[in-house]
Design a protein around this ligand. Structure first.
Ligand code: AMP
Ligand code: ZN
Length: 497
């Protein structure tokens, strides 16, 4: 597996600290409102990375925080007349619902900044004691960026350039800092703000200190991978390194992965432009699987443009896949084969075994072995692309190619082996991308397969009883739910429209 490391600006072979184990930390959202679809990008991208590495056999310790204390939280809570804690808890719950809607797995640990204040005070104290931080008159503690020789290495910025460029720039409330790039480790409380006691007076920690304490604590020291959006490279991640490395004398993280931004209709997403979509809004219009397919249709380091037209096109792509899978299930059902709802393989060894088994399967009929040869090439390509810095965009293309070959090959005479294996292959590859065809992933959901099957059965009974008005009504109700029926010689088929 090769990943692009922001630190070296090169693709590097992933070599983990412990064999077959990954310690990973992903900066999570600040919880003052519903998350927007920009926040969803790192969630989906790094969840896919986690799923893929798990499929390859790695044990992934995946840590992702919620920033639950911050200016934005305090301001919003004051506006609403509730406590910062209440506001943060409310939006942590909402964020978890959105994650579920997008089929993003819960982290191994979701630390909260407000529960880790003691660790932060200790880190700041150590930095002050060792001369890397200084205390200003008002009790603000600043990190002294001139003391850390590697400052700027991650973002490839030169400290002198940075300082000369901004020499005259004063941030209000930070007049006492010595150098422009110095950053706040501890800020004194203001009237009406939550605070904690510290050796420098009542106050709260700076944002960069939060992640720097939580990440090594829950990942057990140096991280294999630290990830987040590209806006975090500087100053957030640069500042995390600056706090950790001088104290511990070991690297903070081996690899740094950063996703590029998501824009809307080719414009930066912002509240003031009004081109802002929450994940919740999008999930009310589209299944979470569509959002995932869309997010992964562009390489994570390339700018991603969001529009509802593009989402419609991802929806159409998902439907092509679903129709292929439903067709296979339908043919299997007619052959009297019960399809287990959850058909997918959990790891690469089982998958490789399946591919070997297919090639020696004597049940295959004319043309199926050739079709499998082509499918196997696309499978190989799928894994090569995933191994190449998580190129999910090209990996998705391989799934479409596989679906095309299956559609060309299957019919009611297909062998059960071919049908079963095709199903297993498509569902397994999609599952690596976090797309579970057997699961409806819409917040405030609409489609329910059991209900559809039940309605189809009722319609059949109505027809049998010559109650055609009722049968038509059921067909219409299903159509209103976005389900179209097709009466075939083998029985009733349904698809999403
Ligand atoms: P925040 O709540 O602003 O700290 O953001 C949480 C995560 O979402 C961070 O990893 C950000 O880099 C990422 N993020 C925020 N906005 C966008 C965007 N428009 N596109 C991609 N990632 C974003
Ligand atoms: Zn962070």
């Amino acid at each position: 597996m090769k990943i692009f490391n922001t630190l070296s600006r090169k693709k590097e072979e992933l070599q983990t600290i412990e064999p077959m184990k990954i310690r990973m930390y992903v900066c999570g959202p600040t919880v003052y409102d519903f998350i927007h679809i920009g926040n969803a990008r790192p969630m989906i991208v790094f969840d896919t990375f986690r799923r893929y590495m798990t499929f390859l056999g790695y044990e992934v310790n995946y840590v992702s925080n919620f920033t639950d204390i911050d200016d934005k939280i305090i301001n919003r809570a004051n506006e609403l007349g509730i406590s910062a804690e209440e506001l943060a808890n409310r939006f942590i719950d909402e964020c978890k619902k959105d994650m579920q809607g997008m089929n993003v797995m819960p982290a191994t640990t979701h630390p909260l900044a407000t529960k880790e204040i003691d660790g932060m005070i200790k880190l700041i104290k150590d930095l002050v004691d060792k001369g890397y931080a200084y205390v200003a008159k008002d009790g603000t503690v600043y990190y002294d960026t001139t003391k850390f020789k590697n400052y700027g290495n991650l973002s490839h910025k030169n400290l002198d350039d940075l300082q000369s460029g901004f020499r005259n720039l004063k941030v209000s409330g930070e007049e006492d800092k010595k150098t422009f790039t110095d950053f706040v480790l501890w800020k004194p409380k203001k009237e009406g703000e939550p605070y904690w006691e510290s050796p420098w007076g009542d106050g709260r920690p700076g944002w960069h200190t939060e992640c720097c304490v939580m990440a090594p604590k829950y990942c057990n020291g140096t991280l294999d991978i630290h990830a987040g959006g590209e806006d975090l490279v500087f100053p957030h991640h640069e500042n995390e390194i600056a706090q950790y490395e001088p104290l511990y004398g070991v690297p903070y993280a081996k690899y740094w992965m950063h996703n590029a931004f998501l824009n809307i209709n080719n414009q930066k997403m912002s509240k003031s432009l009004g081109n802002f979509h929450t994940v919740r809004d999008v999930l009310e219009k589209f299944d979470g699987k569509v959002l995932r397919l869309f997010m992964l249709s562009t390489h994570y380091r390339a700018m991603l443009n969001f529009s509802f037209e593009l989402m419609e096109s991802s929806k159409a792509s998902l439907e092509r896949i679903e129709n292929c899978v439903n067709n296979i299930k339908f043919i299997l059902k007619n052959k009297g084969v019960t399809v287990v709802a959850d058909t997918k393989l959990e790891n690469i060894d089982d998958f490789n075994e399946l591919v070997v088994d297919i090639k020696t399967d004597s049940e295959l009929i004319n043309g199926e072995l050739e079709a499998f040869d082509r499918i196997c090439e696309y499978i190989k390509e799928f894994f090569d692309k995933m191994d190449d810095d998580l190129n999910t965009a090209d990996a998705e293309t391989q799934v479409y190619e596989i679906v095309r070959v299956i559609n060309q090959t299957v019919n009611e005479n297909s062998s059960i082996s071919f049908l079963n294996s095709s199903l297993l292959i498509v569902e397994t590859l999609l599952n690596i991308l976090g797309i579970d065809l057997n699961n409806i992933t819409t917040v405030g959901s609409d489609i329910d397969e059991t209900l559809i099957e039940k309605m189809i059965l009722e319609r059949a009974e109505a027809k049998k009883a010559k109650d055609f008005a009722k049968a038509d009504e059921i067909r219409k109700n299903l159509l209103d739910m976005g389900i179209e029926l097709e009466d075939t010689r083998q029985g009733v088929k349904w698809k999403k429209v």
